[in-house]
Design a protein around this ligand. Structure first.
Ligand code: ZN
Length: 81
């Protein structure tokens, strides 16, 4: 299930890949247009979404909240590696 899809209230399409990574599909950030970007952790993807927000793009609150929750859970489960 995607975190958010491109719509009238979202400029980004972010979804989890089959191998546990998170993909910003056809990312509109940066000078190279329409490149998909992958992240290993929810925390990295969260920072990326915040960069979209900083660039003045629309990112749904629920996508950010879901990543914040997943980033917190990931910290708990991998805290002692
Ligand atoms: Zn992006």
């Amino acid at each position: 299930m995607s975190y958010c899809r491109r719509s009238s209230h979202s400029d980004v399409y972010l979804y989890p890949s089959a191998c546990g990574r998170i993909v910003c599909c056809a990312c509109s950030l940066g000078s190279v247009s329409a490149m998909s970007v992958e992240f290993d952790t929810a925390a990295d993807a969260l920072r990326h979404l915040q960069a979209h927000v900083a660039a003045g793009q629309m990112v749904p609150d629920y996508a950010i909240e879901r990543l914040q929750k997943e980033a917190g859970e990931r910290c708990l489960t991998t805290g002692n590696r």
